[in-house]
Write a protein that binds this ligand. Sequence first.
Ligand code: PLP
Length: 404
Amino acid sequence: MLLSSRVKGLSYSITMKLNEKALDMTGEGKVIYNLSGGQLPIKPLPEFIEKIHHQLNFVKSYQYSPAAGFPTLRKKLTKYIAESRNLPLDIFENDFDCVISNGSKQSIYNALGALVDPGDEVILLAPYWVSYPEIIKFWGGTPQVIKSNVFDAFVPAVEDIKKCMSPRTKAIIVNSPNNPAGVHYSDAWMKDFTAFLHEYPDLVVISDEVYSEIYYFDPRPSYFYQLDHSLLNRTIIINAISKTLASTGLRLGYAVGPVPLINAMGKIQGQSTSGPNSLVQRALIDFDMKMIETFLAPVKTHVRQNAETLREKFREANLGHCWYQSTSAFYFMIDFSRTPMFARFEADKDHSHVIAEELLASEGITVVPGSDFGLPNSARIALVIEEVPFLEAISKIVKYLNRT
Ligand code: PLP
């Protein structure tokens, strides 16, 4: 079969393979601690489920929506973005719009499709969400990666971004709060980033904010465009109900940005999947978005508690150098490279996949290898499972890290 070079360049996810292995092991009666999840293991708010129930009664819920989503919902989501980020509503009234997609992954795919020509470069801040480089490459672009490390809590320096700029640089993706690091960039970082953007007036920013409501350390996530509203003219804000409403399977995400860009994204969507899920859109039209905060309050307390367990366990086991204060989303990156177990491995090479396989085989723990996020010799764990199994899993990880 002669497959296109475009598809041949795409990577398969190792996570799938590890999850299949974990399922086999569960089938054999082994206890598995699943720390590889990228979603909240709970149902959404009853009030939201009730809205979906209600909409089941209408013919329109089963029919096509406009390609870019129902206009009423597009307006509502644009307003939600403006209000939740303290932006003056009049800015958004005429010059900004929203396109609703089948999950925010499709919004990101549309955004990059609307921006990237073959040979263009897109800057990524590592660690980054696994799909960014693959989507950039799919559209013919080249990812340019800025590194970070555990000592900086995985926040890359704005100064380093400058070193990566070239005449082919088209866009930068900023993901705060960040998957996989579980941190959001500080107000000071956003200030520096604003100054940086002033130096590069043609650079477009894709601001992936799907975890914006999930933070458990103050101050809350802030954004560069709050410091200078004119930057909104070259910013696409990505959001979704996947993480904040525990609804990854409902596939509902959206992008808010300047009209010409949003129109271009809608065009791509119209010729690919058409409009997103009508039922869920109609349920959202009636849903009070302020309830998200109430829904997330206990979730945030729980994630924070697990983050504290992690700190205590690392401290007890003299692994303090692996710890940093996670603040948001629901992930933590474990850096193996300075732990006793790493003595068995050749430095300067990446062993994340082998380590993830070992953790599963010997400890029954699934993690996501860090190389998928552009961070060698590390792994992402999720802080969402219940406290007792989380404590058991972390105790096992700590023992593994100190084993030579
Ligand atoms: N952006 C980030 C940073 C993510 O972590 C994810 C999912 O894990 C997505 C976007 C895509 O989410 P969805 O397509 O479910 O809205």
